[in-house]
Design a protein around this ligand. Sequence first.
Ligand code: SAH
Ligand code: SF4
Length: 483
Amino acid sequence: MLDSARSNRGQEGGSGREVSAAELARQQEFTALLRELLADRYPDPAVPPKALVRTFGCQGNEADGERIRGMLCAAGYELTDTPEEASLILYNTCAVREHAEDRAFGNVGRLKSLRQGKKDLRVGLCGCMVQQPHAAQKIRDSFSFVDLVFGTHAIHRLPELLYRLLSSGRRVFDLAEEPGRIAEGLPVRRESGFRAWLPIMYGCDNFCSYCVVPLVRGRERGRRPELIIREARELMEAGYKEITLLGQNVNSYRCGDYDFPRLLRELDEIGGEYWLRFMTSHPKDCSPALLDTMATGRHIAKHLHLPVQSGSDRVLREMNRGYDAARYLDVASYARQVMPGLSMTSDVIVGFPGETYEDFRDTLALVARMEYTSLFTFLYSPREGTRAAALPDPVPRAEKVRWFQELTALQEGIAARRGAESVGRELRVLCEGRGKRQALAGRSEGSVVVEFDGPEELIEQFADVRVTKAQNWLLDGALVQDL
Ligand code: SAH
Ligand code: SF4
């Protein structure tokens, strides 16, 4: 694990969209108070207070989790993965589908007896799920052993909230409803020493009719480009090999004179050996300028995750996606024209309210045509407060599950064929760790996992491998040795 530099510290908020420097300084005072309080309660340096932070959901949540860990370490906690040794357990939750919520409640429910048996243990919940009024109410009413609850807009206030909890012993809730601001300069404790998440924007303005994200994350707001570029530079200086730029719709990034292609170009020019990735791209804003930038970039991975959601124009309209299937296919065809060999991946929702089998067949046809490298398929899940949740939804779940299986079988066939075609090809991979079938596992520029034999020193390094065998989407390779 690598404790990255505290980036962007001390910047004055350039706009009202940022949490003010005065507010951040106030939180630093609470960090100092918390440190004193913890030093008092845990005087033996051999037995420091430990915190367990577990994040569910998307990469944006992972990035928040790394800031939460950073703030806790600054306050004197050590991190642990063992609930029994923790004096603080914090679950950073997701709300995008009901399943994520059920899992969070199931997991936290299992902490009840631990919390009751361990005097100093405090349990907290934060993130998207708790930002929804119905979930917050459920915690208030039925999870009385949960001590601390804070929403997505309150992350930077963690030192204050935790101090209030520990000094008073009373439950603390902070679920402010805000359009959303950006907290720059929070300390970060990164999960990986070679792969980093770099948020470039927060929130979302698209209001896809099924999606809870705009309701729980607030309005779209971009970080200042100079701060993003500085953070990227620091990461590269610290030896990071892969940086993934994060936002709900990175294509609509705009701050001052910068749009996303310009930001990407400047990040590409930093120099060194690294891959730049980004997610998520919204098809309605995926411009030729962006695809040209990708095509000419030396460090920009030739992988485009472009969620289509449905192949039916009628369903896409109901989803409020802002494009139709023909426009999506045009964007994809231009992308493949300027980047032959481009790896494309996507998300699809099966069983949107009112979707018919005919609509679904349009999705099958689009997926067959697109030949994605991989596809993330989700059964539609109604989310309280969204427009789609109020629509009639007559198709039984069992029927939707059959469609779902038909789609995954189609994609498996495509992935198997693409895998077989890649045998004999040479791929550059970033080696991520040990493999399951062979010594090492790496991920290609197109985000395909390849396992191969090689020395451990290659872990966290780039390597060139030749694909020797494909089994569905699982690839085996052999190191290409320099002669
Ligand atoms: N901002 C990104 C994705 C955010 S959520 C984008 O627009 O592409 C990640 C994925 O979860 C979405 O692409 C969608 O496929 C899925 N998803 C979101 N809301 C959902 C819901 N209510 N039911 C099922 N899947 C959903
Ligand atoms: Fe949700 Fe649509 Fe925004 Fe993505 S673009 S986060 S799917 S509202």
